[in-house]
Design a binder for this molecule. Structure first.
Ligand code: NAD
Length: 285
């Protein structure tokens, strides 16, 4: 299998998407503007392949082959025209995503996707060249472990583009759902509701974060509690999503003051080492 797959943004999600795309045989270009983040991404990718080998999921040679297929780029301008896929996974800000998508569209990909968690595809498509080739490709964290790909279809998305996205999901080993373009789609709208309410419960002193999570895990069979999930997603990412949903649906999605305070204090969850839990070396204490 061959093909060229470009990922923009080497953060939590971009890294995971690049890892999975390399595993599916694509030549991957991972675009990251922040040199520190780019260096970090190389180290984290290497660690992912090493762990896959240690766990017996990949042979050493196979892992080396996957690793060789990922190249880091400092800017989209350095990507040759005509890749099969470009997916942007930059922070959840409308203006930033629009600018990145316009630049990505200029590289003439066959399929252009956004990994947005909550911003309507229609808003992202404004001013975009060939909006018919554009849709939402919403992956879940961690990308290598989560089976779902939420495909978000805007009014301008061509049916062939949706078909191509469903085929892409199959190649990446993902199980897709196709949803209509609404803020928060099918997943974030429900998932964030639970996360925000759990944060309000912490602020109200209902129970400790650990006990709120335990209640949902043992009482509702959730694989992970809403506060630990917020730590995994990133408190800053959840704050951005809540603000987008508040603008669309009103104050039922207003971010709790505790969330904004924690983000302002740099408590972003697993990635910063502190959120509702303390994390050391990526492991919850
Ligand atoms: P992140 O902050 O971890 O990573 C974003 C990366 O993009 C950073 O490394 C940043 O330096 C880089 N970046 C910024 N501007 C850029 C540009 N112009 N060109 C190239 N790189 C640029 O964010 P994340 O958690 O990976 O989230 C990315 C997107 O994925 C957001 O839209 C988010 O809503 C969505 N998402 C996140 C999760 C999650 O669990 N974190 C899950 C699903 C979807």
């Amino acid at each position: 299998m061959s093909g060229r797959f470009v990922v923009v943004g080497a953060g939590t999600m971009g890294l995971g998407i690049a890892y999975v795309a390399a595993g599916a045989g694509y030549a991957v270009e991972l675009v990251e503007v922040d040199p520190g983040r780019a260096a970090d991404a190389s180290v984290r990718l290497a660690a992912l392949w090493e762990r896959a080998v240690q766990r017996g999921k990949l042979g050493a040679e196979e892992a080396a082959g996957h690793r060789e297929r990922v190249v880091l780029r400092p800017a989209l301008g350095e990507v040759a025209p005509g890749p099969d896929v470009i997916v942007e996974a930059v922070p959840e800000r409308l203006d930033l995503k629009r600018a990145v998508l316009r630049e990505a569209a200029a590289r003439r990909p066959a399929l252009l996707g956004s990994n947005t968690s909550s911003i309507p595809i229609t808003e992202l498509a404004t001013g975009l060249d060939r909006p018919e080739a554009f849709l939402g490709l919403h992956f879940f964290n961690p990308v290598w472990a989560m089976a779902l790909l939420e495909i978000v279809v805007g009014p301008a998305t061509a049916p062939e583009t949706t078909d191509a996205a469903v085929a892409l999901a199959g190649r990446l080993g993902k199980d897709p759902v196709v949803v209509r373009d609404m803020p928060g789609f099918a997943t974030s709208r429900l998932g964030v509701t639970l996360g925000l309410e759990a944060i309000r419960m912490v602020a109200d002193g209902v129970a400790s974060p650990a006990d709120i999570d335990k209640a949902m895990v043992l009482g509702y069979r959730h694989p992970v509690g809403p506060l630990e999930l917020t730590d995994l997603v990133g408190l800053d990412v959840r704050l951005d999503i809540a603000r987008t949903l508040q603008a669309a649906y009103g104050d039922r999605f207003a971010p709790p003051p505790l969330l904004a305070e924690m983000v302002a204090a740099g408590k972003l969850g697993k990635k910063s080492g502190q959120g509702f839990y303390t994390w050391e070396g990526g492991v919850k204490k």
